[in-house]
Design a protein around this ligand. Structure first.
Ligand SMILES: [Zn+2]
Length: 409
């Protein structure tokens, strides 16, 4: 059980400052009176804090107003975040590739880069990742001291408090000190946030896709890649971005006694519906002399998801069967997740779902397996997979950390 800390004056002040800044960040442009109403604080408290944020250059008055502006007398302009006042770096490490980005406070990408060298060796991988960080700084003519926070994400089980990657079975990474290694190799002394890469994407959605999430109070982010994860997020005005579960759904047993999974168990969702599972199945087809279109596309190399998608477009029936099976099992899993958690919205990111046909098939299976009694009414939204979405999510975590810990000394 975790007990709440008691409040002394300094803590109250810090908590108020963070709450005000978060409100401006998530709802800005916003009037001071509206912030006071939402946070149940007095207008003078808001004004004092907002004025000092303005003096520090992180908040400014804006001319535009989202309300109808029918106020009388001197108009207090709404306030908003100054995007260029702070900069953040995000990095995603995977065995097969790394990406990095440098964002402003509002999440505008000033620089993104990708390194596609396959590198299962952790030590080399983390060095390559740090090289991307230097590249980002050099290109933007910035120094580490000008970076307000770094976010790092990786697949696998991550202890975000200690900054440790506990285990990534498929690359055999265990107990890796992500936070410590990034700090040591770059020399960065500011805050470094560390998370699982699906959770990072959920943070990214929360911060940068407000229109998509709308007034959803809870949302889930299903991320299908080499593994499968589905973090759940509470999205209310009082709990912006509170992650309520890391959502390791990839190891939910779908077929008792079924295929062996990288975790050692049998019949896990990942063993059937992850990109890795699809590629393993396709490689087996090729070994058996089947999937002729796929064979032509990948030549002597092993199949990649791009090849699989093109083979599907070209009507390779063998590949289509593999994909249909994966989408079917995923659809049953999505229905189970919704029967259990009933989020208002579910964002789905996976390469297979670039194709409309796979989207339609997934939703048909989901509807057929949703519990009729619960009727969750969940809205499903497909997210286009972007090369840098993990790095952007990692930077979003760094921004969340910055908002959460904002304190004026
Ligand atoms: Zn498993």
């Amino acid at each position: 059980m975790q007990l709440e800390q008691g409040a002394n004056l300094t803590r109250v002040k810090a908590a108020n400052q963070a709450a005000i800044l978060k409100t401006i960040y998530h709802l800005g442009p916003i009037r001071r009176s509206e912030i006071a109403r939402l946070l149940e604080l007095t207008l003078p408290t808001i004004t004092t804090n907002v004025n000092s944020m303005m003096a520090r250059g992180i908040v400014r008055e804006t001319g535009s107003d989202r309300s109808d502006g029918r106020s009388i007398g001197r108009k207090a302009h709404p306030v908003d975040i100054v995007p260029e006042s702070r900069r953040f770096i995000g990095v995603e490490l995977q065995g097969a590739r790394r990406t990095a980005c440098l964002l402003d406070y509002r999440g505008r990408a000033l620089y993104t880069c990708e390194d596609r060298e396959a590198c299962p060796d952790y030590d080399r991988n983390i060095r390559l990742s740090c090289r991307l960080i230097s590249q980002a700084l050099d290109t933007c003519c910035l120094t580490l001291e000008q970076i307000a926070g770094i976010g790092v994400c990786a697949p696998g089980l991550v202890d975000h408090e200690r900054g440790i990657l506990e285990v990534r079975p498929s690359d055999n990474w265990r107990n890796k000190d992500l936070r410590g290694d990034i700090a040591r190799l770059t020399g960065y002394e500011g805050p470094i946030s560390v998370e699982n890469n699906a959770c990072a994407r959920a943070y990214g959605a929360q911060l940068f896709q407000r229109e998509v999430l709308g007034d959803a109070q809870t949302f889930a982010y299903l991320f299908i890649n080499q593994g499968i994860a589905c973090p759940l997020v509470l999205n209310t005005a009082t709990a912006f971005g509170s992650l309520v579960g890391a959502g390791e759904v990839g190891h939910m047993v779908m077929v008792p006694g079924g295929l062996r999974c990288s975790c050692g168990n049998q019949g896990c969702l990942e063993a059937y519906a992850s990109d890795r599972a699809v590629l393993d199945r396709c490689a087996a087809l090729l070994d058996g002399g089947r999937a002729p279109r796929l064979r032509e596309l990948c030549g002597t190399e092993g199949p990649a998801m791009e090849h699989v998608l093109t083979a599907l477009d070209q009507g390779d029936r063998d590949v289509a069967e593999v994909v249909e099976r994966a989408v079917y099992i995923l659809g049953v899993a999505v229905a189970n997740i919704n029967n259990f958690a009933c989020p208002d919205k579910m964002l789905i990111e996976g390469k297979l779902f670039c194709r409309q046909e796979n989207r339609d098939h997934l939703l048909t299976v989901v509807r057929a397996n949703l519990c009729g009694v619960i009727r969750s009414g969940t809205e499903f939204i497909f997210v286009e997979p972007e090369a840098c979405s993990g790095a952007m999510g990692a930077a979003a975590m760094a921004i969340c950390k910055d908002l959460e810990t904002y304190i004026e000394l």
